[in-house]
Ligand binder design. Structure first.
Ligand code: ADP
Length: 231
């Protein structure tokens, strides 16, 4: 597992727009940190730079003692739960989850134990041998999360669209991610522009505006509660 540190992190797009402006922050090893702010404030850009989907204009991102700037996206020990996850519909659930591990040539017994323990954590053991088309959307999302965690990432990046895909079971999705953080100790960076969600999660929250951090609160849900009790 690992901490994530941003040092003067800045993103300027080719058109000159500064989307992330001198962000400094340390997310401790195993922490669950929420990034919140209005649409367009730079939250996803930060996540995309961590994941290597976006170049860093200036500044540094550290994963523990490793400087991420110099590490190819595929070699970063990160998992991303973004909206457009790809599952292979002709494969069964087990094979979808095992794919990344097979590509790394891991021994069959290691793959088997990792897939089964991730499936058990996410409550999808019963569908491991089912084809993708035979499972629900909610289960598909769990398969996507399972595939991410079998690779034993140090950090899980969650974009708000991932949870929003399925509003009906957004709570379950969030509780799956909380479970991954608590039981496996994986550091989570979670982006949302939904303030109710910030309060419900009640985790350390980084409030952003126009590319900058404006405030960091440890228990935003607690603050909200105290304020409503005062009224
Ligand atoms: P958030 O996740 O907080 O909604 P983003 O990080 O996605 O915001 O985007 C931050 C800002 O950067 C937005 O104003 C967006 O329009 C702008 N932006 C994103 N991609 C580009 C691009 N390729 N060129 C110029 N501006 C961009």
């Amino acid at each position: 597992m690992a901490s994530v540190t941003f040092e003067h992190l800045t993103k300027t797009y080719p058109n000159g727009f500064v989307s992330v402006n001198d962000v400094n922050l340390t997310v401790e090893d195993g922490e669950f940190v929420v990034f919140h702010g209005p649409s367009g404030c730079g939250k996803s850009t930060i996540l995309r730079m961590v994941g290597g989907l976006e170049d860093i204009t200036s500044g540094k991102i550290w994963l523990g003692k490793e400087l991420l700037n110099d590490i190819l996206p595929r070699d970063r020990r990160l998992a991303m739960a973004f909206q457009n996850y790809t599952l292979y519909k002709h494969f069964n659930v087990y094979d979808n989850m095992a794919l990344g591990l097979r590509l790394r040539d891991l021994p069959r017994n290691v793959i088997d134990s990792r897939v089964k323990s991730a499936a058990s954590l996410l409550g999808i053991t019963g569908v491991l041998d089912k084809k993708l088309r035979a499972i629900s959307d909610a289960e598909k999302q769990r398969v996507a999360l399972g595939r991410a965690i079998v690779c034993q990432p140090k950090v899980l990046l969650v974009d708000e669209d991932f949870a929003r895909q399925n509003d009906d079971r957004r709570h379950e999705m969030i509780s799956d991610i909380l479970k991954i953080n608590e039981r496996l100790g994986i550091t989570v960076l979670y982006v949302t522009n939904d303030y109710d969600e910030v309060c419900a999660l009640n985790k350390k929250t980084v409030f952003m505006k126009e590319g900058k951090i404006v405030e960091v609160r440890d228990n935003p849900g607690q603050t909200e509660k105290i304020q409503s009790e005062k009224i």
